[in-house]
Design a protein around this ligand. Sequence first.
Ligand code: HXC
Length: 515
Amino acid sequence: MRGEHEDLLRRLNRIKAGGGEERIARQHERGKYTARERLELLFDEGTFVEMGAFVQHRSSQFDMAGREVPADGVVTGHGEVNGKTVYAFSQDFTTMGGSLGEMHAQKICRIMDQALQNGSPFVGINDSGGARIQEGVDALNGYGEIFRRNTMASGVIPQLSVIAGPCAGGASYSPALTDMILMVEDTARMFITGPAVINSVTGEDIDANQLGGAHAHAAKSGVAHLTYPDEDSLFAELRWLLGLLPSNSSELPAVTEAVPPEVNAPQLAAIVPQSPRKGYDMQRVINGVVDEQSFLPIQPSFASNAIIGLGRIAGRVVGILANQPRFLAGCLDIDSSDKIARHVRFCDAFNIPVVTFVDTPGYLPGVDQEHGGIIRHGAKVLYAYSEAQVPKISVVVRKAYGGAYLAMCSRSLGADVALAWPTAEIAVMGPEGACNIVFRREINSAEDPEQKRQEKISDYRERFANPYIAASRGYIDAVIQPQQTRCRVAEALKALSGKRRSRMPDDKPHGNFPV
Ligand code: HXC
């Protein structure tokens, strides 16, 4: 028995050694943890249970026959994060560059299946050279199997992707199919075709970091949801995030000990400037409503004219969506529409009520926007809010004009509670545009046309765009003092906590979401 026992330990030690000391040292030199060290950071101490450690490839192409690839380049299993079961894979870059072959993919698929069957979140830690060249179509099939499972699990269990090294080619489509992508600055790279291929095809010259690093995906492409200076801070926040989310779509997010909702925020009354043309920071409004230090902005550097994030209000988890008047006056454009629509759908899938703060003059005008498909992209916001069945609360802070008023969780799209501040302006279009159309003749024939225009604009704002008109029709439930906002939203969240979903009709497999 002792010999067999020692044999087992020897085998396990060989597997745990991954690609060996030299490659592990190189991994560390680059500021990267190993696959196993990352799992230690993710899970509560001592809770990780590895599955499939002995799995081996069965490829004989190239020089693969008989070649030992520890754990086939990926560590898979489950463990606990703050006591909650979570499934994860972690690719081992020290072992054949973490490349994905047939059995590597099979290991990932097995834990994805188990995560889905058990209703537990799934975390993928990516650090890989992509499809294992030696395994050809078997490697490609492996990716296909993973993509299909990502899709089947979408909206049922939270799927979170960590990018902690290269994630090249079609490999980046698995993270793209998950709910959120968390990238490490300096070491993470995502692209479909790398710098060399781009250079040979288009002649463009760019390095890997500029092309697919965390900054590029956080600020330009919108692929990354969150970025971190190092892996320690990433895994610490990932653990916090997993604590916020329910394990699956049948569960509700945990309510923590409530911070009393009666805590009002007097500073809210002083945020909206006197001049309707002046910008301000909507983040200050959000900070005055959510529980202190509870707000996590998502995609903060992408489409900054919209703010999205997760937080708590009086202990209840909420998804926050808002226009940001500091950028593009808070207009809705192509990118901010995508950003908002996807977050609404994420929250709806995981029973997270949405709270929307509105200050938008409308959809952004421009040929680029029209030809870029603002109709198609803007429609996503309408669709997402209309479809969402979680509690929906909106607060019109200032401007809410035209289609953008409707889009930002209006009563017409199903807001359960629609509130407005006294500074709210709700109308078919902004005063300037409306007056130029309706009073054009009167303005042009006036002795001083500019003075007349200003008079008409201010009259329009006062008489036609005030929130009491919308409230008198029932489109706004209450006009409230800004400092009451936190209290009113908290009360609404409590009252709506029992909101039930209506079932999809049997003959509707799914809607045709505009993409
Ligand atoms: C097999 C691979 C590999 C791969 C890396 N390795 N990528 N082995 N298949 N795809 C191995 C290397 O041979 C090397 O082995 C070890 O991993 C580390 O690689 P290095 O090149 O030494 O590391 P580094 O200089 O850090 O460069 C990392 C890298 C580079 C940028 C990822 O290796 C690279 O460009 N790899 C190819 C990336 C790629 O184009 N993949 C295919 C994408 S297409 P040794 O034994 O020397 O340590 C794809 C299709 C998916 O993935 C389609 C899905 C739809």
